[in-house]
Design a protein around this ligand. Structure first.
Ligand code: SAM
Length: 327
């Protein structure tokens, strides 16, 4: 029985690898060089125009959104535990690094798209609160004639403790938002935080509204990445910043080999053992392999109108932080 299990696992992984290396298409992008006679070519172009991928599976664009929804609906309850297990806690460091890169200023209006269970939003609130408290302490030292009651009142005013900064978590999935709200309640986050149900491809916000737009491990799940990038550009104020944390391509051959083994052999097994859901975690690792390279994604960000676009590889290129400005 165990041998059968190992064989099934091995056969899946071999399949995974061979598909991973054989020409992946970019999500939301269409092939422009079909072969064959004109009729067949047109037909095939038309077909490809509505096809995309869901992990290594080819699906219609209409189907993809529903399938992605099911994945996150299914993993929502175990999402945070699984993140810690799969990344051995390293996802926390990647998210901290995103905040350090952002360096929000007092009053920053942040939109966190595909924000799921709120990890980026909570880090943002902690950051701006700590920053604001430092500033207040400095001011209080300068006004030494304030009474203890006045000092205590200043610290107790929750809204004031954020210096006017706010974060909106926007996600397409109700279950992920529900878990996020429960976490916020349990951890005492109230002020400066809102949860919005919405699609990255069609954001329910006016133009020029936010100082910073973040999307962490979310954009690879979106059917039309180009459309999501245009929306990011639209809702940012002039001078606003786009920041994306996403898995990327590993260039070191040894790290790449180990990473493949870990992704295809360990993660779906952990998914099955902890969340009882092999398939969703299989999709998650496959979707990572289908995501464009750092350079290709940089071009897509530039095509959406962002300027000064850069990326920074973290952990041997397993993950990258992409950044750009709306100028
Ligand atoms: C891997 S989770 C990332 C959650 C969170 N940002 C984090 O880093 O922990 C991906 C999230 O993207 C959301 N998502 C997928 N497609 C989306 C879309 N079109 N618009 C908004 N959110 C989407 C999913 O519902 C899910 O919550």
């Amino acid at each position: 029985m165990a041998a059968l299990g190992s064989w099934a696992l091995w056969s899946f992984c071999s399949r995974g690898w061979s598909r991973a290396v054989s020409g992946c298409r970019l999500p939301g992008l269409r092939s422009s060089s079909p072969r064959g006679p004109l009729g067949a070519r047109l037909l095939s172009q038309e077909k490809q125009a509505t096809e995309t991928h869901f992990g290594f599976e080819t699906v219609s664009e209409e189907e993809k959104g529903g399938k992605v929804y099911q994945v996150f609906e299914s993993v929502a309850k175990k999402y945070d535990v699984m993140n810690d297990m799969m990344s051995l806690g390293i996802h926390r460091v990647w998210k901290d690094l995103l905040l350090w890169k952002m360096r929000p200023f007092p009053g920053t209006q942040l939109l966190d798209v595909a924000g799921g269970t709120g990890d980026i939003a909570f880090r943002f609130l902690n950051y701006v609160q700590a920053q604001h408290q430092r500033k207040q302490k400095k001011q209080l030292r300068a006004q030494q004639n304030l009474s203890w009651e006045e000092i205590a009142r200043k610290y107790q005013n929750e809204e004031d403790s954020l210096g006017g900064s706010r974060v909106m978590v926007c996600d397409i999935n109700k279950e992920m938002l529900k878990i996020g709200k429960q976490k916020a309640h349990a951890q005492g986050y109230k002020a400066g935080l809102a949860w919005i149900l919405g699609d990255a491809e069609e954001l329910p916000f006016d133009d020029d509204k936010f100082d910073v737009y973040t999307i962490a491990f979310g954009i690879r799940n979106v059917t039309h990445i180009d459309q999501a990038l245009q929306e990011a550009h639209r809702v940012l104020k002039p001078g606003g910043r786009f920041l994306c944390l996403e898995f990327s391509q590993v260039n070191n051959p040894l790290v790449s080999r180990l990473y493949d083994v870990y992704s295809f052999q360990v993660i779906p097994v952990l998914g099955e053992l902890i969340a009882g859901d092999w398939k969703s975690y299989q999709y998650l690792v496959e979707s990572i392999r289908q995501f464009p390279s750092q350079e290709e994604f940089k071009e897509m960000i530039e095509d959406a109108g962002f300027q000064k676009v850069t990326y920074e590889n973290l952990t041997s290129g397993i993950v990258a932080i992409h950044s750009g400005f709306k100028l």
